[in-house]
Ligand binder design. Structure first.
Ligand code: AP5
Ligand code: MG
Length: 221
């Protein structure tokens, strides 16, 4: 089973992807995490994408499609993959469909998390991440046990470079212009599931699991 997670910045894609991938033994692939790892590693690709990411713009399709599709070729032991943050444009969705078709598989469900802009800003500006294990916290809604320190490995938490209010406004504009239209793309294919992302993390997860199970015809327990 192959899933796509759609939603604006801060909608909870990463939070839910971690849980869903565990629940259904899927390989979680976050395009944002892939790009941030390239930057951290100081690669040529990392240098090429830095300016786009820091200014809240999407990385051009010709760069991101190649990077993500190359990674999808190796599914490992997983029962499928869960794409978090890809596709984000119609061109990316079409390239993904072509690659799936060539590999004899398909996208089974696209899950879209809906959260209004005012809540997005609170979530993004309050988010803290662990640079060691990528765990995600929120200063108000999901604080670590010890202020500013990761519960899992004790490393000092940081803010993502693109998590300022100014850049979030640009990321939101990119979402509405380029990514939200993908809801219609997947709805036409009868693959769209929409979830109220303002609910608690547990309740959103329950809704998403319900949609995945329905799609699977209760084949997965
Ligand atoms: P990316 O890293 O994908 O960022 P994003 O889409 O903007 O999404 P975020 O990771 O910010 O949010 P999220 O939905 O994962 O939320 P999270 O679970 O962390 O992309 C970054 C950049 O890379 C892009 O701007 C672009 O430049 C480039 N890029 C990436 N993919 C690309 C592509 N395909 N094409 C072109 N460019 C691409 O949650 C956020 C916060 O909210 C956390 O603090 C969390 O604790 C909290 N929270 C989560 N759920 C809830 C809840 N239910 N209730 C309350 N709080 C919650
Ligand atoms: Mg994320």
């Amino acid at each position: 089973m192959n899933l796509v997670l759609l939603g604006p910045p801060g909608a909870g894609k990463g939070t839910q992807a971690m849980r869903l991938s565990k629940a259904f033994s899927l390989r979680h692939m976050s395009s944002g995490d892939v790009l941030r790892a390239e930057r951290k590693g100081g690669t040529e690709l990392g240098d090429r994408v830095a300016e786009y990411m820091d200014s809240g713009k999407l990385v051009p399709d010709e760069i991101i499609v190649e990077v993500i599709l190359a990674q999808l070729k190796d599914p490992g032991d997983a029962a499928g993959f869960l794409l978090d943050g890809f596709p984000r444009t119609k061109g990316q969705a079409e390239s993904l469909d072509k690659a799936m078709e060539a590999a004899g598989c398909q996208i089974d469900l696209a899950l879209s998390l809906k959260v209004p802009d005012n809540e997005i800003i609170d979530r993004i500006t309050g988010r803290r991440i662990c640079p060691g294990c990528d765990a995600v916290y929120h200063i108000k809604t999901l604080p670590p046990a010890r202020d500013g320190v990761c519960d899992k490995d004790g490393i000092t938490l940081i803010q993502r470079e693109d998590d300022s209010e100014e850049v979030v406004m640009k990321r939101l504009a990119a979402y509405y212009a380029q990514t939200e239209p993908l809801e219609a793309y997947y709805r036409r294919k009868e693959l769209l599931g929409v979830s109220d992302g303002t609910k608690s993390v547990d309740d959103v997860f329950t809704d998403l699991v319900g949609m995945v199970r329905e799609r699977l015809g209760n084949a997965v327990s």
